[in-house]
Design a binder for this molecule. Sequence first.
Ligand code: NAP
Ligand code: G4F
Length: 345
Amino acid sequence: MKKKIALIFGVTGQDGAYLSKFLLKKKYKVYGVKRRSSIINTQRVDDIYKDINTKSDFVLCYGDLTDSSSILQLVKKTNPDEIYNLAAQSHVQVSFEVPEYSADVNGLGTLRILEAIKNLNLKKKIKFYQAGTSEMFGRTKEKFQNEKTSFYPASPYGVSKNFAHWITVNYREAYNIYACNGILFNHESPIRGETFVTKKIIQGLIKIKNGTQKKLFLGNLYSKRDWGHARDYVEAMWKMLQQKKPDDYVIATGKNMTIKEFVNKVLKKLNLKIRWIGRGINEKAINIENKNVIIECKKRYFRPVEVDYLRGNANKAKRKLKWFPKTSIDKMIEEMIDYELDNSL
Ligand code: NAP
Ligand code: G4F
């Protein structure tokens, strides 16, 4: 039987790596798109990348979401059954610093892929997955957010993803393209980027425990997030593209907690005993054993506008895709800690 072909934009990212491994197990041929960088940025997929001369089911190609000519060529050359758009300037706080670039990559980048699918009009009906986000709900007041909850994005990142969401719906309706939006809540893993809060907390506290870092500086400790595991969430992406009809789905665990509660969980697992003192920007954690201040809040890590509360309702995905989150937050934290301990020497 002929192998299915997948084209992944954003292959060097957290989800790109998990999805590539998932699809290779399903016997796909995977083309991953990486952008040119001044140092090698393929660490997350090095274990599946074979030398270019070896016949491999995992192939890396250059491309960039800001360059429509590269997108068009890639779609034409690879002739994919499925395209996954995971590429993005994905950091919310950074999007306040580079709003135009974030809008270009995240918003127009999605449009560029859809235009390529539409204009190439290949014999195959290509299926398209768009990496949407709970950040689109932003400053919502709903206790649980689902596919029917109104969007109220609160950052250039959130707004750019809103454009990507609606242009995906629009091309589905206007041109009958098989296109799905996954509205994914936060998902983490041992290979999460170092500047996202879960990885930053785990890396920082392990270094403090080992004596190689003195303090961990954080921002808002009271926003709540619904955290799942990236490994579980890439399976949902694939399931969306295996249905008879394209649709949009929320993917979440349905549980949430504050950043402070997450910190407390990590501290407990590392057996670090602390006492919280102060309020707001002056809130600190003191190591009970040696009285050192090990966590402090810093203004630079607070955002101009915060998304205070996210908690997803993934009932539609559970019902229609038979998708369920498998990894508990405790198991995920333990996995992240173990990885850090193995790689921190
Ligand atoms: P990530 O680790 O930041 O990966 C982003 C990927 O996009 C990287 O491969 C990056 O390449 C690539 N990229 C950035 N700019 C690009 C450009 N101009 N052209 C081509 N590629 C570009 O993000 P992630 O956590 O895997 O998330 C995957 C997607 O899901 C993103 O679209 C994100 O916005 C969305 N999302 C993530 C979450 C989450 O909690 N993780 C939740 C909801 C939605 P480099 O390696 O070169 O930087
Ligand atoms: O880990 P974060 O940076 O993730 P955020 O902003 O929720 O965005 C992530 O999840 C989205 C899905 O909802 C994705 F679409 C997006 O691409 C990304 O993957 O921050 C989480 C929370 C925020 O409320 C932030 O203000 O943690 C708070 N926080 C507190 N101190 C911090 C810090 N965040 C970061 N990055 N660094 C801190 O020092």
